[in-house]
Design a protein around this ligand. Structure first.
Ligand code: ARG
Length: 457
């Protein structure tokens, strides 16, 4: 006798250290709400289909409601001997209402049960993630609206390239997040499907109504193949994959936040709440939260790789390997929720050093393309205009000045096509202003972009 709910065919009792290795209760207790919801729907359906009597159903439901109450109070005591959330709750139910509790598992297996729990859990949490992404997008839009006229150096290769509106830079992250949001939304289609009633793998001999239990649980569809129902973990992989791409975006933004808050850039200042000091250097204000988010991308990618690897060689249908789908999922959820909340606050409260950005853009060569375009507009082949401008940049570097500091004589010596109107063209404000191609950094385009962005919220 093993003392287990499944112990009938066993002779020797279990050993605790082996139980500990096999148990998932340490982490799958996070599915307690979903597991109870699933059981209530299942037993309701068993009653409606005449598989259990209405009396039995009422007694079982009453017990399940009591367990729900205890779960809310946090007074359920889980045990490793009962392996996982499903067996723990079933044991508690039987202890509470007697042997009739053993009828709950009619026409069901832990295999369809755990899959149902995971579908219910992710369906709910993905919606929370989507709301958090939106909140973060709003913070970005608010900062962007505040910085349409803030000139900033735009970079390629981390070298100053062309002047831009700082709002344009910020809004880039809005659109990345918009795609993240859409991906999470889209994944709901494949998460919102009920595996309940698939049984262990082959369906059941009881006259159950899978559509009914699915509807009771708010699922939009049911799996068409019982083996697929219990073996599918694609929806979790999708979640981990969407989470990974989200973290890639947050990590890029975090990197910029870190650079911008450095003494070398000083483009922004983070609120004290999102910074930490040094235990030895009194002057330090470190962007720890941004660094942590950049670092946490690693564990989220790891969770994705972990699950893909778990799944790659397992035969149909359920295998215990699949229990390994949970910790990575909980960890990813926890990580992206935390990262999104922190990032929203960090961006909402940061101070943009408009003056520093303004100065930066007036003390660089990011207006060189303007000069080349100017010459091209006057009829010089662009390749030649590029060469002439490059030579003028070199002249400036030798003299320790910028293009706008060159005299008209110097400029005209480089090309007779240049006239005094060139100074207006070289002003960074003008450079930004004139980039009004669709989606460009021109102030008017940025305003249009922000208006479009707001329609997504
Ligand atoms: N704890 C298990 C898991 O997470 C539940 C399903 C167990 N099924 C079984 N046949 N052993 O995968």
């Amino acid at each position: 006798m093993s003392g287990k709910l499944w112990g009938g065919r066993f002779q020797n009792s279990a050993e605790q250290w082996v139980d500990e290795f096999g148990a998932s209760i340490g982490f799958d207790q996070q599915l307690v709400t979903e597991d109870l919801e699933g059981s209530i729907a299942h037993v309701t359906m068993l009653g409606a289909c005449g598989i259990l009597s209405q009396d039995e159903v009422n007694t079982i439901k009453d017990g399940l409601h009591q367990l729900q109450q205890k779960a809310t109070e946090g007074s359920l005591e889980f045990s490793i001997a009962n392996e996982d959330i499903h067996l723990n709750l079933e044991k508690m139910l039987i202890d509470l209402i007697g042997p009739v509790g053993g009828k709950l598992h009619t026409g069901r297996s832990r295999n369809d049960q755990v899959a149902t729990d995971m579908h219910l859990f992710l369906k709910k949490r993905v919606q929370e993630v989507i709301s958090l992404i939106e909140a973060f997008q709003k913070a970005i839009v608010t900062q962007a609206e505040d910085n349409i006229d803030t000139l900033a150096p735009g970079y390629t290769h981390l070298q100053r390239a062309q002047p831009i509106s700082f709002a344009h830079h910020l809004m880039t992250y809005f659109w990345m997040l918009e795609r993240d949001k859409q991906r999470f939304q889209d994944s709901l289609k494949r998460t919102d499907i009920s595996p309940l009633g698939a049984g262990a793998l082959a369906g059941t001999t009881f006259p159950i109504d899978r559509e009914m239990s699915a509807e009771l649980l708010g699922f939009s569809a049911v799996y068409q193949n019982s083996m697929d129902a219990v073996s599918d973990r694609d929806f979790i992989v999708e979640f981990l994959s969407n989470g990974s791409l989200l973290m890639a975006h947050l990590s890029r933004f975090a990197e910029e936040i870190i650079l911008w808050s450095s003494e070398e850039f000083k483009f922004i200042e983070l609120d004290d709440v999102f910074s930490t000091g040094s235990s030895i250097m009194p002057q330090k204000k470190n962007p720890d939260m941004a660094e942590l988010i950049r670092g946490k991308a690693g564990r989220v990618y790891g969770n994705l790789m972990g699950l893909l690897t778990v799944l790659k060689g397992i035969p149909l249908a359920y295998n215990k390997d699949m229990q390994e789908d949970k910790e990575g999922m909980f960890d990813t959820l926890h990580t992206i929720v935390g990262s999104l909340k922190i990032f929203e606050g960090m961006v909402r409260t940061m101070t943009v050093a408009k003056e520093t950005l303004h100065k930066a853009v007036h003390q660089d060569f990011s207006n060189a393309t303007e000069l080349a375009d100017y010459l091209a507009t006057k009829g010089m082949p662009f390749r030649e205009a590029h060469e002439v401008t490059g030579k003028l940049v070199f002249l400036c570097i030798q003299r320790g000045i910028y293009l706008l500091d060159l005299s008209i004589e110097d400029l005209q010596e480089a090309s007779s096509l240049i006239e005094v109107d060139v100074y207006d063209v070289l002003a960074p404000e003008a450079a930004v202003q004139r980039r009004h191609s669709l989606g460009g950094t021109g102030f008017e385009q940025v305003k249009i972009q922000i208006a479009k962005a707001k329609e997504c919220l």
